[in-house]
Design a protein around this ligand. Structure first.
Ligand code: DGL
Length: 283
């Protein structure tokens, strides 16, 4: 993580994602750190990132980070797994503030779970094509422990299903089966949800994995794990908001589609009162 100049504790946390899925991370942050102000940016004009080249993802991510930094945030949370997978190191090197991605916390939660299970557990990862191709999860797991092999599976149909609010029934079940089957065939002991959108499918993924494996398979959500890492960082650097009362949430998007309200509420768990449209400048 890059060294940072001092920033006021009362500044907001900046959180961004390719779209609205990163609101699952905001939800976890607000549960754990209710007093923190958060400014969230969803690059809805450019979503999805998961199918794009690493160079393009990095350009988009720089645009998002710069927009949030202009709002004097005290730390940057990359809620997007694809950006965390391909661009976190570059952003840390380039930016003068703490940068937290979702891959390392997700990998760490998976390793803890695998250690609890004991033995030669394999860790399964579901993610976008970009996240899987980057090899970021195997690298992150390998930095924590050499005991666990990682089996990663791209699950491209799951993002559009969640965007449609299609979280149960025959079609999502078939899609989830298609992606979870190779992980069960590889005998994974734990599955990491390596994409912002998948926490909404967690009950279905748990149920399908248990059915295919014949026993329950723990499913780890990187949103919860990331919120825990943000809390530790704020404590360590004495950056936690000292204010009493609930923090505010400001939501910015680069495009405001008609379906915004319903989709955003699905990810966040409650309605969003104010949303502003902004231009993300991409170099
Ligand atoms: N936010 C992306 C991720 O977590 C999923 C959506 C996309 O492909 O942009 O990887």
């Amino acid at each position: 993580m890059s060294e940072s100049k001092p920033r006021p504790r009362s500044s907001a946390l900046g959180v961004f994602d390719s779209g609205l899925g990163g609101l699952t991370v905001v939800r976890a942050l607000r549960r754990l750190l209710p007093q923190e102000h958060i400014v969230y940016l969803g690059d809805t004009a450019r979503v999805p990132y998961g199918t794009r080249s690493p160079e393009t993802v990095l350009r988009y991510a720089r645009g998002c980070a710069n927009l949030l930094i202009q709002r004097d945030i005290k730390a940057l949370v990359i809620a997007c797994n694809t950006v965390s997978a391909v661009a976190v190191e570059m952003l840390r090197a380039e930016l003068d503030l703490p940068v937290i991605g979702v891959v390392e916390p997700g990998a760490s939660a998976a390793v803890s779970q695998a250690e609890r299970l004991g033995g030669a557990v394999r860790i399964g990862v579901l993610g976008t094509a970009g996240t899987v191709a980057s090899g970021a999860y195997p690298r992150a797991v390998g930095r924590l422990s050499t005991r666990f092999e990682v089996v990663a599976q791209a699950a491209p149909l799951l993002v559009p299903l969640v965007e449609e609010g299609w979280l149960e029934g025959e079609v999502p079940r078939l899609a989830v089966q298609r992606y979870v089957q190779p992980l069960i065939d590889a005998d994974v002991g734990v599955i990491v949800l390596g994409c912002t959108h998948y926490p909404l499918l967690k009950p279905l993924i748990e149920s399908v994995a248990a059915e295919l494996a014949g026993h329950s398979v723990p499913v780890v959500d990187s949103a919860e794990a990331t919120a825990g890492v943000v809390r530790e960082l704020l404590e360590e650097r004495e950056l936690g908001s000292g204010e009493a009362g609930d923090g505010q949430l400001e939501v910015l998007v680069s495009d405001l589609p008609k379906s915004f309200a319903g989709v955003a509420e699905g990810f966040l768990g409650h309605a969003i009162e104010h949303v502003a449209q902004v231009d993300v400048v991409v170099g």
